[in-house]
Design a protein around this ligand. Sequence first.
Ligand SMILES: *Cc1c(COP(=O)(O)O)cnc(C)c1O
Length: 394
Amino acid sequence: MEKLIYLDNAATTALRPEAFEAMKPYFMENYSNPNSVYTFAQQSKKAVDEARETIAGLLGAKANEIYFTAGGSESDNWAIKGCAEAFASKGKHIITTKIEHHAVLHTCEYLEKKGCEITYLDVDENGMISVEQLEQAIRPDTILISIMFANNEIGTVEPIREIGAVAKKHGVLFHTDAVQAFGHLPIQVDELNIDLLSASAHKFYGPKGVGFFYMRNSVKLGAYVHGGAQERARRAGTSNVPGIVGMAKAAELAVAQMQESAEKIAVVRDHLIKRVLEEVPYSRLNGHPEQRLPNNANFCFRFIEGESLLIMLDQRGICASSGSACTSGSLDPSHVLLAIGLPHEIAHGSLRLTLSEQTTLEDVDYVADSIKAVVERLRSMSPLYEDFVKSQTE
Ligand SMILES: *Cc1c(COP(=O)(O)O)cnc(C)c1O
Protein backbone atom coordinates (compact mmCIF):
# COMPACT_ATOMS: atom_id res chain seq x y z
CA MET A 1 0.00 0.00 0.00
CA GLU A 2 1.10 3.56 -0.64
CA LYS A 3 2.03 5.75 2.27
CA LEU A 4 -0.96 7.13 4.18
CA ILE A 5 -0.59 9.52 7.09
CA TYR A 6 -3.99 10.45 8.40
CA LEU A 7 -3.88 13.77 10.23
CA ASP A 8 -7.54 14.73 9.95
CA ASN A 9 -8.92 13.25 13.16
CA ALA A 10 -11.02 16.35 13.83
CA ALA A 11 -13.00 15.48 10.67
CA THR A 12 -13.43 11.86 11.64
CA THR A 13 -11.53 9.08 13.38
CA ALA A 14 -10.96 5.42 12.57
CA LEU A 15 -13.30 3.01 14.33
CA ARG A 16 -11.43 1.28 17.14
CA PRO A 17 -11.31 -2.53 16.91
CA GLU A 18 -12.97 -3.07 20.32
CA ALA A 19 -15.95 -0.97 19.21
CA PHE A 20 -16.17 -2.87 15.92
CA GLU A 21 -16.14 -6.20 17.78
CA ALA A 22 -18.86 -5.00 20.16
CA MET A 23 -21.06 -3.94 17.23
CA LYS A 24 -20.74 -7.12 15.15
CA PRO A 25 -23.39 -9.33 16.85
CA TYR A 26 -26.05 -6.65 16.32
CA PHE A 27 -25.89 -6.72 12.53
CA MET A 28 -26.60 -10.35 11.66
CA GLU A 29 -27.05 -12.43 14.80
CA ASN A 30 -29.24 -10.17 16.86
CA TYR A 31 -30.88 -7.81 14.43
CA SER A 32 -34.03 -7.46 16.55
CA ASN A 33 -35.85 -4.21 17.10
CA PRO A 34 -35.25 -3.39 20.79
CA ASN A 35 -38.83 -2.20 21.11
CA SER A 36 -40.37 -5.56 20.24
CA VAL A 37 -41.88 -7.70 22.99
CA TYR A 38 -40.56 -11.20 22.20
CA THR A 39 -37.55 -12.69 23.96
CA PHE A 40 -35.35 -12.36 20.85
CA ALA A 41 -35.55 -8.57 21.23
CA GLN A 42 -34.51 -8.58 24.88
CA GLN A 43 -30.82 -8.79 24.05
CA SER A 44 -30.77 -5.72 21.84
CA LYS A 45 -32.95 -3.83 24.31
CA LYS A 46 -30.49 -4.73 27.06
CA ALA A 47 -27.56 -3.61 24.90
CA VAL A 48 -29.14 -0.21 24.27
CA ASP A 49 -30.02 0.22 27.96
CA GLU A 50 -26.48 -0.66 29.00
CA ALA A 51 -25.01 1.76 26.44
CA ARG A 52 -27.18 4.51 27.89
CA GLU A 53 -26.00 3.67 31.43
CA THR A 54 -22.37 3.65 30.32
CA ILE A 55 -22.51 7.02 28.62
CA ALA A 56 -24.49 8.62 31.44
CA GLY A 57 -21.95 7.29 33.95
CA LEU A 58 -19.05 8.85 32.06
CA LEU A 59 -20.68 12.29 32.29
CA GLY A 60 -21.95 11.98 35.85
CA ALA A 61 -25.49 12.06 34.44
CA LYS A 62 -28.55 9.83 34.80
CA ALA A 63 -29.38 7.27 32.13
CA ASN A 64 -32.71 8.94 31.38
CA GLU A 65 -30.88 12.17 30.52
CA ILE A 66 -29.13 10.57 27.51
CA TYR A 67 -30.87 10.55 24.10
CA PHE A 68 -29.35 8.72 21.15
CA THR A 69 -29.22 10.72 17.92
CA ALA A 70 -27.61 10.48 14.50
CA GLY A 71 -24.61 12.57 15.57
CA GLY A 72 -23.33 15.98 16.54
CA SER A 73 -25.26 18.04 14.01
CA GLU A 74 -28.59 16.57 15.06
CA SER A 75 -27.84 17.05 18.76
CA ASP A 76 -26.86 20.70 18.14
CA ASN A 77 -30.03 21.32 16.14
CA TRP A 78 -32.14 19.72 18.85
CA ALA A 79 -30.59 21.80 21.65
CA ILE A 80 -30.98 25.14 19.92
CA LYS A 81 -34.25 24.74 18.00
CA GLY A 82 -35.69 22.86 20.97
CA CYS A 83 -34.97 25.76 23.35
CA ALA A 84 -36.22 28.37 20.89
CA GLU A 85 -39.50 26.48 20.67
CA ALA A 86 -39.91 25.44 24.30
CA PHE A 87 -39.08 28.85 25.76
CA ALA A 88 -40.60 31.13 23.10
CA SER A 89 -42.89 32.67 25.71
CA LYS A 90 -39.92 33.51 27.96
CA GLY A 91 -37.79 35.11 25.27
CA LYS A 92 -36.13 34.90 21.89
CA HIS A 93 -32.54 35.79 22.69
CA ILE A 94 -29.72 33.27 22.32
CA ILE A 95 -26.02 33.85 22.99
CA THR A 96 -23.40 31.94 21.03
CA THR A 97 -19.96 32.67 19.57
CA LYS A 98 -18.48 33.53 16.20
CA ILE A 99 -16.39 30.35 16.15
CA GLU A 100 -19.05 27.65 16.53
CA HIS A 101 -19.35 24.71 14.17
CA HIS A 102 -21.81 25.33 11.34
CA ALA A 103 -24.26 22.92 12.98
CA VAL A 104 -24.70 25.65 15.61
CA LEU A 105 -24.09 28.75 13.49
CA HIS A 106 -26.43 27.82 10.66
CA THR A 107 -29.10 26.74 13.13
CA CYS A 108 -28.85 30.15 14.80
CA GLU A 109 -29.04 31.90 11.42
CA TYR A 110 -32.15 29.87 10.61
CA LEU A 111 -33.72 30.94 13.91
CA GLU A 112 -32.86 34.57 13.24
CA LYS A 113 -35.04 34.35 10.15
CA LYS A 114 -37.80 33.00 12.39
CA GLY A 115 -37.59 36.01 14.70
CA CYS A 116 -34.95 35.03 17.27
CA GLU A 117 -32.22 37.46 18.25
CA ILE A 118 -28.74 36.01 18.39
CA THR A 119 -25.63 37.51 20.01
CA TYR A 120 -22.45 36.14 18.44
CA LEU A 121 -19.67 36.70 20.98
CA ASP A 122 -16.24 37.74 19.74
CA VAL A 123 -13.16 35.76 20.64
CA ASP A 124 -9.63 37.01 21.30
CA GLU A 125 -6.58 36.29 19.14
CA ASN A 126 -6.33 32.80 20.70
CA GLY A 127 -9.97 31.96 20.08
CA MET A 128 -11.10 32.44 23.70
CA ILE A 129 -14.40 34.07 24.58
CA SER A 130 -14.52 36.63 27.38
CA VAL A 131 -16.68 35.50 30.29
CA GLU A 132 -17.17 39.15 31.19
CA GLN A 133 -18.58 39.92 27.73
CA LEU A 134 -20.78 36.87 28.02
CA GLU A 135 -22.22 38.10 31.30
CA GLN A 136 -22.84 41.56 29.83
CA ALA A 137 -24.69 40.02 26.89
CA ILE A 138 -27.26 38.24 29.11
CA ARG A 139 -30.71 39.89 29.00
CA PRO A 140 -34.00 39.13 30.76
CA ASP A 141 -35.19 37.44 27.55
CA THR A 142 -32.06 35.27 27.08
CA ILE A 143 -33.16 31.65 26.87
CA LEU A 144 -29.92 29.89 25.98
CA ILE A 145 -26.14 30.17 25.98
CA SER A 146 -24.60 27.82 23.40
CA ILE A 147 -20.80 27.76 23.49
CA MET A 148 -18.60 24.97 22.19
CA PHE A 149 -16.36 23.06 24.58
CA ALA A 150 -13.40 22.98 22.22
CA ASN A 151 -13.04 24.40 18.73
CA ASN A 152 -12.79 21.95 15.85
CA GLU A 153 -10.45 24.12 13.75
CA ILE A 154 -7.94 25.72 16.08
CA GLY A 155 -8.41 23.44 19.09
CA THR A 156 -8.97 26.19 21.66
CA VAL A 157 -10.73 24.94 24.81
CA GLU A 158 -13.25 27.48 26.11
CA PRO A 159 -13.58 28.40 29.82
CA ILE A 160 -16.54 26.03 30.28
CA ARG A 161 -16.55 26.01 34.08
CA GLU A 162 -16.75 29.82 34.23
CA ILE A 163 -19.40 29.89 31.48
CA GLY A 164 -21.47 27.33 33.39
CA ALA A 165 -21.17 29.39 36.57
CA VAL A 166 -22.35 32.58 34.81
CA ALA A 167 -25.25 30.73 33.18
CA LYS A 168 -26.32 29.31 36.53
CA LYS A 169 -26.00 32.65 38.31
CA HIS A 170 -28.38 34.24 35.79
CA GLY A 171 -30.71 31.26 35.48
CA VAL A 172 -29.99 30.79 31.76
CA LEU A 173 -29.66 27.32 30.20
CA PHE A 174 -26.20 26.31 28.98
CA HIS A 175 -25.66 24.09 25.94
CA THR A 176 -22.20 23.01 24.85
CA ASP A 177 -21.20 21.43 21.56
CA ALA A 178 -18.74 18.95 23.06
CA VAL A 179 -18.21 17.02 19.83
CA GLN A 180 -14.45 17.67 19.86
CA ALA A 181 -14.14 17.35 23.62
CA PHE A 182 -16.07 14.29 24.73
CA GLY A 183 -13.68 11.36 25.13
CA HIS A 184 -10.71 13.73 24.87
CA LEU A 185 -11.18 16.03 27.88
CA PRO A 186 -12.78 15.31 31.27
CA ILE A 187 -16.47 16.34 31.38
CA GLN A 188 -18.77 16.14 34.39
CA VAL A 189 -22.06 17.87 33.64
CA ASP A 190 -22.95 18.78 37.24
CA GLU A 191 -19.54 20.17 38.14
CA LEU A 192 -19.54 22.31 35.01
CA ASN A 193 -23.23 23.32 35.19
CA ILE A 194 -23.94 22.01 31.70
CA ASP A 195 -27.68 21.60 30.96
CA LEU A 196 -27.46 20.34 27.37
CA LEU A 197 -24.54 18.67 25.60
CA SER A 198 -23.90 17.34 22.09
CA ALA A 199 -21.44 14.56 21.21
CA SER A 200 -20.71 12.37 18.21
CA ALA A 201 -19.22 8.85 18.18
CA HIS A 202 -17.07 9.21 15.06
CA LYS A 203 -14.98 11.91 16.76
CA PHE A 204 -13.86 9.50 19.51
CA TYR A 205 -13.08 6.34 17.50
CA GLY A 206 -16.69 5.18 17.36
CA PRO A 207 -18.92 4.63 14.32
CA LYS A 208 -20.28 7.37 12.06
CA GLY A 209 -23.90 8.48 12.05
CA VAL A 210 -24.53 8.05 15.76
CA GLY A 211 -24.21 10.44 18.65
CA PHE A 212 -25.93 11.47 21.81
CA PHE A 213 -27.66 14.43 23.34
CA TYR A 214 -27.54 15.02 27.09
CA MET A 215 -30.59 16.87 28.37
CA ARG A 216 -30.75 17.60 32.11
CA ASN A 217 -33.95 16.18 33.59
CA SER A 218 -35.11 19.60 34.76
CA VAL A 219 -35.01 20.84 31.14
CA LYS A 220 -37.93 19.45 29.22
CA LEU A 221 -37.48 20.11 25.52
CA GLY A 222 -40.15 18.74 23.21
CA ALA A 223 -39.83 15.89 20.73
CA TYR A 224 -37.26 16.52 17.99
CA VAL A 225 -38.34 13.71 15.64
CA HIS A 226 -42.03 12.82 15.76
CA GLY A 227 -43.17 9.25 15.34
CA GLY A 228 -42.70 6.22 17.56
CA ALA A 229 -42.05 6.31 21.28
CA GLN A 230 -38.28 5.69 21.09
CA GLU A 231 -35.97 7.79 23.27
CA ARG A 232 -38.79 8.54 25.72
CA ALA A 233 -40.98 9.74 22.83
CA ARG A 234 -38.59 12.61 22.01
CA ARG A 235 -36.63 11.18 19.14
CA ALA A 236 -38.60 8.70 17.08
CA GLY A 237 -37.04 6.06 14.85
CA THR A 238 -35.84 2.51 15.37
CA SER A 239 -32.66 2.60 17.41
CA ASN A 240 -29.33 2.22 15.60
CA VAL A 241 -28.41 -0.70 17.86
CA PRO A 242 -24.94 -1.54 16.47
CA GLY A 243 -24.09 2.17 16.31
CA ILE A 244 -25.19 2.80 19.88
CA VAL A 245 -23.31 -0.25 21.17
CA GLY A 246 -20.16 0.76 19.28
CA MET A 247 -20.41 4.33 20.54
CA ALA A 248 -20.70 3.22 24.16
CA LYS A 249 -17.69 0.92 23.82
CA ALA A 250 -15.64 3.66 22.17
CA ALA A 251 -16.73 6.17 24.84
CA GLU A 252 -15.85 3.87 27.70
CA LEU A 253 -12.35 3.22 26.34
CA ALA A 254 -11.72 6.82 25.31
CA VAL A 255 -12.53 8.09 28.79
CA ALA A 256 -10.59 5.29 30.53
CA GLN A 257 -7.46 6.00 28.47
CA MET A 258 -7.98 9.74 28.15
CA GLN A 259 -5.14 11.11 30.22
CA GLU A 260 -2.52 8.64 29.06
CA SER A 261 -3.58 9.07 25.45
CA ALA A 262 -3.64 12.88 25.63
CA GLU A 263 -0.14 12.98 27.07
CA LYS A 264 1.19 10.64 24.43
CA ILE A 265 -0.42 12.56 21.54
CA ALA A 266 0.65 15.97 22.88
CA VAL A 267 4.33 14.93 22.86
CA VAL A 268 4.12 14.03 19.17
CA ARG A 269 1.99 17.11 18.37
CA ASP A 270 4.42 19.45 20.17
CA HIS A 271 7.33 18.01 18.24
CA LEU A 272 5.45 18.74 15.00
CA ILE A 273 4.62 22.31 16.08
CA LYS A 274 8.20 22.99 17.16
CA ARG A 275 9.66 21.76 13.90
CA VAL A 276 7.20 23.64 11.70
CA LEU A 277 7.55 26.97 13.53
CA GLU A 278 11.33 26.70 13.63
CA GLU A 279 11.91 25.47 10.12
CA VAL A 280 9.23 27.13 8.01
CA PRO A 281 9.68 30.91 7.78
CA TYR A 282 6.62 33.16 8.12
CA SER A 283 4.55 30.46 9.78
CA ARG A 284 2.33 30.85 12.84
CA LEU A 285 0.38 28.59 15.16
CA ASN A 286 -3.33 29.36 15.45
CA GLY A 287 -5.32 28.72 18.61
CA HIS A 288 -4.45 28.99 22.28
CA PRO A 289 -0.84 28.01 23.06
CA GLU A 290 -1.85 25.97 26.17
CA GLN A 291 -5.63 25.73 26.42
CA ARG A 292 -5.98 23.55 23.34
CA LEU A 293 -6.99 20.04 22.36
CA PRO A 294 -3.98 17.71 22.77
CA ASN A 295 -4.14 16.53 19.15
CA ASN A 296 -4.60 19.84 17.33
CA ALA A 297 -2.02 21.82 15.37
CA ASN A 298 -3.28 24.62 13.13
CA PHE A 299 -0.87 26.76 11.15
CA CYS A 300 -0.90 29.67 8.78
CA PHE A 301 1.79 30.09 6.15
CA ARG A 302 2.04 33.51 4.57
CA PHE A 303 2.01 33.75 0.74
CA ILE A 304 0.45 30.29 0.42
CA GLU A 305 -2.97 29.07 -0.66
CA GLY A 306 -4.21 26.45 1.77
CA GLU A 307 -5.87 24.47 -1.02
CA SER A 308 -2.63 24.15 -3.02
CA LEU A 309 -0.83 23.05 0.10
CA LEU A 310 -3.45 20.35 0.75
CA ILE A 311 -3.19 19.00 -2.77
CA MET A 312 0.58 18.79 -2.63
CA LEU A 313 0.52 17.13 0.79
CA ASP A 314 -2.06 14.67 -0.55
CA GLN A 315 0.41 13.73 -3.29
CA ARG A 316 2.75 12.73 -0.49
CA GLY A 317 0.09 10.61 1.21
CA ILE A 318 -0.76 13.13 3.92
CA CYS A 319 -4.43 13.73 4.79
CA ALA A 320 -4.90 17.20 6.23
CA SER A 321 -7.43 19.96 6.15
CA SER A 322 -7.55 23.72 5.75
CA GLY A 323 -10.19 24.73 8.21
CA SER A 324 -13.13 22.38 8.61
CA ALA A 325 -14.24 19.55 6.37
CA CYS A 326 -17.58 21.28 5.92
CA THR A 327 -16.08 24.41 4.42
CA SER A 328 -13.58 22.68 2.18
CA GLY A 329 -14.59 23.20 -1.40
CA SER A 330 -15.64 26.78 -0.76
CA LEU A 331 -13.23 29.63 -1.36
CA ASP A 332 -14.17 31.64 1.72
CA PRO A 333 -11.53 31.57 4.42
CA SER A 334 -12.51 29.93 7.69
CA HIS A 335 -14.90 31.98 9.86
CA VAL A 336 -12.85 30.87 12.87
CA LEU A 337 -9.58 32.28 11.52
CA LEU A 338 -11.32 35.54 10.61
CA ALA A 339 -12.83 35.69 14.11
CA ILE A 340 -9.36 35.47 15.73
CA GLY A 341 -8.46 38.53 13.69
CA LEU A 342 -6.42 37.12 10.82
CA PRO A 343 -6.63 39.07 7.57
CA HIS A 344 -8.17 37.20 4.60
CA GLU A 345 -4.86 36.66 2.80
CA ILE A 346 -3.29 35.00 5.83
CA ALA A 347 -6.40 33.00 6.76
CA HIS A 348 -6.32 31.52 3.24
CA GLY A 349 -2.95 29.89 3.93
CA SER A 350 -4.10 27.70 6.79
CA LEU A 351 -3.43 24.05 7.52
CA ARG A 352 -5.08 21.93 10.22
CA LEU A 353 -3.34 18.76 11.35
CA THR A 354 -5.16 16.65 13.92
CA LEU A 355 -3.35 13.60 15.30
CA SER A 356 -4.45 10.33 16.80
CA GLU A 357 -2.79 7.96 19.21
CA GLN A 358 -1.52 6.05 16.17
CA THR A 359 0.49 9.04 14.92
CA THR A 360 4.22 8.49 15.48
CA LEU A 361 7.18 10.85 15.74
CA GLU A 362 8.39 9.34 12.47
CA ASP A 363 5.07 10.29 10.84
CA VAL A 364 5.24 13.90 11.98
CA ASP A 365 8.89 14.19 10.96
CA TYR A 366 7.87 13.14 7.47
CA VAL A 367 4.99 15.66 7.60
CA ALA A 368 7.24 18.48 8.80
CA ASP A 369 9.76 17.69 6.03
CA SER A 370 6.95 17.65 3.50
CA ILE A 371 5.45 20.94 4.66
CA LYS A 372 8.87 22.56 4.50
CA ALA A 373 9.45 21.36 0.95
CA VAL A 374 5.95 22.13 -0.30
CA VAL A 375 5.79 25.61 1.22
CA GLU A 376 9.18 26.43 -0.28
CA ARG A 377 8.04 25.16 -3.66
CA LEU A 378 4.75 27.10 -3.60
CA ARG A 379 6.49 30.28 -2.48
CA SER A 380 9.03 29.96 -5.28
CA MET A 381 6.10 30.20 -7.71
CA SER A 382 4.39 33.08 -5.90
CA PRO A 383 4.74 36.62 -7.28
CA LEU A 384 3.54 37.93 -3.90
CA TYR A 385 6.39 36.22 -2.14
CA GLU A 386 8.88 37.47 -4.73
CA ASP A 387 7.69 41.06 -4.18
CA PHE A 388 7.90 40.55 -0.44
CA VAL A 389 11.46 39.23 -0.58
CA LYS A 390 12.47 42.16 -2.81
CA SER A 391 10.90 44.66 -0.42
CA GLN A 392 12.83 43.08 2.47
CA THR A 393 16.20 43.37 0.74
CA GLU A 394 15.78 46.90 -0.60
C1 LIG B 1 -17.89 17.13 13.67
C2 LIG B 1 -18.51 18.20 14.48
C3 LIG B 1 -19.90 18.38 14.50
C4 LIG B 1 -20.82 17.56 13.64
O1 LIG B 1 -20.92 16.25 14.10
P1 LIG B 1 -21.52 15.13 13.12
O2 LIG B 1 -21.62 13.92 13.97
O3 LIG B 1 -20.54 14.98 12.00
O4 LIG B 1 -22.86 15.63 12.67
C5 LIG B 1 -20.42 19.36 15.32
N1 LIG B 1 -19.62 20.14 16.08
C6 LIG B 1 -18.29 19.99 16.11
C7 LIG B 1 -17.46 20.86 16.99
C8 LIG B 1 -17.69 19.02 15.30
O5 LIG B 1 -16.36 18.90 15.31
